[in-house]
Design a protein around this ligand. Structure first.
Ligand code: FES
Length: 113
């Protein structure tokens, strides 16, 4: 069973293979900021610290949105609502405070809290 660790709190969870990072956060007791959960806003972007090879391959729509947000598409930044856990990994949630995803928010309602 893969384990994901969330920094900076160093909280972790053992999850079923193919669980999305966004859902695994709930199990670990941490919160990931998100809005659409469907690869439209970029709000859920997180930095991958370790285990990038243990995450599901990036699909074209995720890569396209990251590029639109001028974020790297090399696997160091992933959308937690799209990325599935295939093996052990560590991610950093402080990245969520380091960028502005408003460029991708124009088509979203503001009622997802
Ligand atoms: S929550 Fe909108 S892209 Fe992940």
């Amino acid at each position: 069973m893969p384990r994901i660790e969330f920094r900076p709190d160093k909280l972790s969870a053992d999850v079923d293979e193919k669980t999305k990072i966004l859902l695994s956060a709930r199990k670990a007791g941490v919160s990931i900021r998100f809005a659409c959960a469907s690869c439209r806003c970029g709000t859920c972007a997180i930095r991958v610290i370790d285990g990038a090879a243990n995450l599901s391959p990036m699909k074209a729509d995720e890569s396209k949105l990251l590029g639109r947000l001028t974020l790297p598409t090399d696997g160091t930044i992933r959308l937690s609502c799209q990325t599935r856990i295939m093996g052990d990994c560590t991610v950093d949630l402080t990245f969520q405070n380091e960028y502005d995803s408003d460029i991708g928010m124009e088509n979203l309602d503001d009622d997802d809290d």
